[in-house]
Ligand binder design. Structure first.
Ligand code: LMR
Length: 396
């Protein structure tokens, strides 16, 4: 049976991990996968996570099955993190389950959408995270793209976006990035969120918000503006969250799948469908990451520590954006890269060609996705000069 198979290329993002690790060049720079790195290029375990892990080691009494909804305390804390003091939490129409990371949540969302509508179409931004297309197609959901990033002006093509979404039909789903748009770094303004919300009401589509970077953009509350607005204004909303980045829990695989229905009864019916999806894919989520997050968010002290550590990560990324743009200028680059400082979160496109990306990888050991998406957190004081000089020589 296996002889029928043909080899597939490595994943365009994850494949970079191996390539980078195998490169012996001491000057190599990793701007590939979206993981936070500190000034030393290290992805450390957060101190608040270390503290929560100690508590968990002492308190954990059983490894018995946790059930498909995951940990109730985690689900509640995630709701509060996403929606704050929002009245939607008092309306008994929000249901959240723990999932294996943000990707697990998106896969549940995809199967859930397919269960709602066997002819389902999801509209995704052009560009979007490279894995979105595969995730939805695998569940049999048709994927259509709406314009989003204007590669010429390095800004948002909001008119193009609204125009394309005016062709959506009731029952369609529209994928939006809550903040820190992956891969472009271009986020919707508050006014633009309002306009998309109005369009959702007019056209009857259901938004699915991918919220993988809460706290990495402008702040925990600021980054939740879109979800909170839509939760207030719309009868239905889907949201996939992740604790990979903001809690640094990448390999623990913990995220949440949240649905908001028009009333409590519909929320219960919808939850039962989501749980049956979970049962048929992975049965139930891992428990460790959820326990760490709920421990942190249940303790004032650990929450304060987490806020501080998150602010350090967010501010360092914003600093790196400025620092790269300055260094490019210092190295005689005349092309305007200032758009990088107007974008937000982990990623931006350099806006160079695939050949230039290949040269940076092959000749300079500077790793990035071939679209020229760079993970800004991989920049640090000891590599930014080399990075800017290398870009300067490749684009001259
Ligand atoms: C990324 O976009 O680099 C991250 O979200 C990691 C991944 O799984 O692709």
């Amino acid at each position: 049976m296996f002889e029928q198979l043909s080899p597939l290329p490595a994943d365009p993002i994850l494949g970079l991990i191996n390539a980078y690790n195998q490169d012996a060049n001491p000057n190599k720079v990793d701007l590939g996968v979206g993981v936070y790195k500190d000034e030393m290029g290290h992805t450390a375990v957060l101190q608040c996570v270390k503290a929560a892990e100690k508590l968990r080691n002492e308190d954990e009494t059983s490894k018995v099955y946790i059930g498909p909804t995951g940990e109730a305390a985690f689900n509640q804390k995630i709701n509060e993190l996403i929606f704050g003091q929002h009245q939607v939490l008092d309306q008994d129409r929000v249901r959240t389950i723990s999932t294996p990371g943000g990707t697990g949540s998106l896969r549940v969302a995809a199967e859930f959408i397919k269960s709602c509508n066997s002819e389902a179409t999801i509209w995704v931004s052009n560009p979007t995270w490279a894995n979105h297309q595969g995730l939805f197609t695998a569940a049999g959901v048709e994927v259509k793209a709406y314009p989003y990033y204007d590669y010429e002006t390095k800004s948002l093509d909001f008119d193009g976006m609204l125009n394309a979404l005016s062709y959506t039909k009731p029952g369609d789903t529209v994928l939006l990035h809550a903040c820190c748009h992956n891969p472009s770094g271009m986020d919707l303004t508050q006014e633009q969120w309002q306009a998309v919300t109005e369009l959702a009401k007019d056209r009857g589509f259901t938004p699915l918000i991918d919220m993988a970077y809460q706290g990495f953009g402008q702040g925990l509350d600021e980054d939740a503006y879109g979800p909170r607005l839509m939760a207030q204004e719309l009868d239905e909303l889907l949201l996939c969250s992740s604790c990979s980045k903001n809690f640094g829990l990448y390999r623990e695989r913990i995220g949440g799948f949240t649905l908001i229905a028009k009333d409590s009864n519909t929320a219960n019916v919808s939850l039962s469908v989501a749980l049956s999806v979970v049962r048929s894919i992975y049965s139930m989520p891992p428990a460790h990451g959820a326990a760490l997050v709920s421990t942190i968010l249940s303790s004032e002290e650990l929450t304060a520590q987490w806020h501080q550590e998150l602010a350090v990560m967010r501010e360092r990324i914003a600093f790196n954006r400025k620092s790269l743009v300055e260094k490019l200028k210092e190295n005689g680059v005349e092309r305007d890269f200032s758009f990088i400082t107007r974008q937000s979160g982990m990623f931006s496109f350099l806006g160079i060609t695939q050949e230039q990306v290949a040269t940076l990888i092959n000749d300079y050991s500077i790793y990035m996705v071939d679209s020229s998406r760079i993970s800004i957190a991989g920049i640090n004081p000891s590599n930014v000069d080399y990075l800017a000089k290398s870009i300067a020589s490749v684009i001259k």
